[in-house]
Design a protein around this ligand. Structure first.
Ligand code: ATP
Length: 319
């Protein structure tokens, strides 16, 4: 392969830039020309494709977001859109494509492979909801953002002796809520992967109050519903004042942590290596701190597994 390209797609995540940088620098290292596709699959269809230089990825390793921009593309879901995308790649003589994004972006990549363009996926999403990889790029940064926010909320929760219900992102996965809840010492963590009985939540709150706890923090994963409805139920059953914080998009931004920069650098470089080895239709992952690659079909047929032992641990530590 003499010419390859890289794009970012779906929701942005901190560390995507570090992955783009790694892919570009690795390609240069092997003497391969590399192009950046701007605005995800939309840009691919339009032909928003520019050659990258060593300098074009300078000074980005520490930046959140993605310099290539990202998008959700309805047109790319259609056969017509996919054919246009392939045509653009052929016009630039691009022989392989790296797609940094979530599982939806990987399904899109599979369509390109089927149409003759080899693709490799790099998992970039804060949700950590992709099967076959222990971590996705951006999860650690979002986790740290959430923990920092909870620590601040804890100060005011303690001062006012209030119950705070904090809603965090993660789509259908509870990883961000669980890890943040454990790391920040929340009283209860409500995630889609575990049944949370309201009686149990109330009993845990009462137990804390009985031993003189001044505050209570409950983390709600967005996948189980809105924090506001939990707050209303808790207020109705305890009579205590509750406050709701929905952290929202601050969880997506910010400078990537060292962990995410490392992960992105390793994965971005591995994606280039795989293309140059002639591999296609695979995603890069990390398992037990080793970079691995898995067939898209095999990975996407599975469901991401949250480690329920962490949930049990959090419960035993927040009695
Ligand atoms: P995140 O988890 O951060 O939302 P994602 O990659 O899962 O990221 P999606 O919106 O699901 O985000 O997918 C990104 C884009 O990938 C879509 O807008 C669409 O263009 C393309 N895509 C998704 N699924 C398919 C599919 N089955 N066929 C073709 N293209 C797809």
């Amino acid at each position: 392969m003499k010419k390859i390209a890289v794009l970012t797609s779906g929701g942005d995540s901190p560390g995507m830039n570090a992955a783009v940088r790694a892919a570009v620098r690795r390609a240069f290292y092997f003497g391969v020309q590399i192009y950046g596709v701007y605005h995800g699959y939309n840009g691919l269809i339009r032909g928003d494709i520019r050659e990258m230089t060593l300098g074009s990825v300078g000074d980005i390793i520490h930046r959140g977001g993605t310099i290539l921009y990202t998008a959700r593309s309805e047109e790319f879901r259609t056969e017509e859109g996919q054919l246009k995308a392939v045509e653009q790649l052929r016009r630039h003589e691009i022989e392989g494509l790296i797609v940094i994004g979530g599982d939806g972006s990987f399904r899109g990549a599979q369509q390109l492979t089927k149409r003759g363009i080899p693709t490799i996926g790099v998992p970039g999403t804060i949700d950590n909801d992709i099967p076959c990889t222990d971590f996705t790029i951006g999860f650690d940064t979002a986790l740290n953002t959430i923990v920092e926010a909870i620590d601040k909320i804890r100060d005011t929760a303690t001062s006012h002796e209030r119950t705070y219900i904090i809603e965090v992102m993660g789509r259908d996965a509870g990883d961000l809520a669980l890890w943040a809840g454990l790391a920040a010492g929340a009283e209860s963590i409500i995630i889609p992967e575990a049944d949370q009985d309201m009686d149990d939540i109330i009993e845990r709150l009462h137990a804390g109050h009985r031993r003189g706890k001044k505050h209570s923090i409950i983390i709600v994963a967005e996948g189980v519903g809105s924090a506001t409805s939990y707050a209303e139920q808790i207020k109705a059953r305890t009579g205590w004042e509750t406050r709701v914080t929905v952290l929202g998009h601050i969880q997506r931004g910010g400078s990537p942590t060292a962990f995410d920069r490392m992960l992105a650098s390793r994965m971005g470089a591995a994606a280039v290596d795989l293309l140059l080895e002639g591999k296609k239709d695979r995603m890069v992952g990390i398992q037990n701190n080793r970079i691995v690659d898995i067939d898209f079909d095999e990975a996407l047929a599975q469901k991401h597994q949250l480690d329920l032992s962490v949930y049990q641990l959090a419960r035993t530590l927040s009695i």
